[in-house]
Design a protein around this ligand. Sequence first.
Ligand SMILES: Nc1ncnc2c1ncn2[C@@H]1O[C@H](COP(=O)(O)OP(=O)(O)OP(=O)(O)O)[C@@H](O)[C@H]1O
Ligand SMILES: [Mg+2]
Length: 470
Amino acid sequence: MIRNSYSLRTRLVATTLLLLAIASALIAVVTTISLRQFLIHRLDDQVRASNRVFIRAEPGSPPALVVPDRGPRPPDTLTAVIRDGEVVAAAVFPIGEDPRPVPESEYPDLLGLQDGRPPRSVDLGELGDFRLLATRTPLGDVIVSGLPEAPVQATVTSLVLIELVVTGIALAGAGTAAAMVVRRELRPLERVAATAARVSTLPLDRGEVSLVERVPDVDPRTEVGQVGSALNRMLDNVGSALEVRHESEMQLRQFIADASHELRTPLAAISGYTELTRREELSADVEYSLTRIASQTERMTALVEDLLLLARLDAGRPLERGEVDLARLVVDAVADAHAAGPDHHWQLAVPEEPVVVPGDGSRLAQVLANLLANARTHTPPGTNVTVALAAERSCARLSVTDDGPGIAPDLLPHIFERFARGSTSRSRDNGSTGLGLAIVRAVIAAHAGKVEAESTPGRTVFTVSLPRAA
Ligand SMILES: Nc1ncnc2c1ncn2[C@@H]1O[C@H](COP(=O)(O)OP(=O)(O)OP(=O)(O)O)[C@@H](O)[C@H]1O
Ligand SMILES: [Mg+2]
């Protein structure tokens, strides 16, 4: 009934008021019409009575205009005598005053009355509306009697006024009461909405989540209470599902961590025995096989170490916390990179003074090593690589820029995901596994920092920002 874009509260109150107004209007109209009809009916009875009074007062004698003074007479009675189609006399008789003659201009109205018909409303100009009745005497004269309608109209008008005032007050009162009742009844719904809103802001996507939010004070006997308890049951369900998910996630992480850890020992043994065997006099074939075994073992060891580190970071294993001078780390890392990749041009832009951040030194060194290894292994010899470090007010910003061929646009959005790597033969040849940047992101995230990559052919930049205060 009321437009849907308004709130439920507004619509309920407005609908209540509208229905109440319609009902009141209906009652008022019916009451007014009935009262008016009743009053006119009574007036007609009085007109008939005064008419009879007149005729009985002057039976048989030539009609003369006299006021019947037997019995009580209503005020402002109109009496007129018509003989041979002409008005002989016509006047209104107030009580205690002289009779007022009916103006001649109204005579045609009097002459228009037919005798023997029920009383009729006639507008007599300045005298107002009258109910008039005409009767023929045995002598052939027509006697007209009438009473003014003004008192009836006054009564009806005052009734309408009273109805308007009472309806207005009733509507105002009902509106206030309805607003209060609706507000009270809808309060539980607001609690449901508030709970749902709080839950929607909870970070449910990772880690251990305790879903303790519930709709308070639900009364399952009411419809709104049923919504609340349905939401609570749903939250119970979601909460236990999240617990199960967290548990299985933890088990998986533990499994990866355990497996990686267990793999370290046999891998170390294989490397050791390979090394021992290579010291013997060997044929060229065996020598070659052993070299391959050694390099594959090395690669697998690196992979296992990476997996172990990621599993530990996933499990939220606390990092070592210390003061790390990034400037030192950068200088050392670039020196290492220079040794590993002498065909690349390495450039440094590091401030003179130390840039200290809180964190785990060896993990941050690994971040640098991974970024520089990428700049070295995924670009051709002769590429310029610039490592820049800047201390800003709240964070330290480190960037590694190279002018190599860049990262493929379809790989770029996934570059920090595990096992995401380029498909070029260069990447494969380098024995790349696609874990390097995943580790960078996990370590930086554990330091509450941020890492971003942008790349176009000829310019690839990795930017790391780390907060300077713990
Ligand atoms: N500086 C760069 N220039 C061009 N491509 C890059 C650069 N850095 C990363 N990439 C691309 O991003 C991919 C993912 O890098 P990431 O370090 O995660 O793995 P990876 O280097 O392939 O293997 P890993 O580092 O585990 O040995 C790489 O395979 C490479 O295709
Ligand atoms: Mg890499």
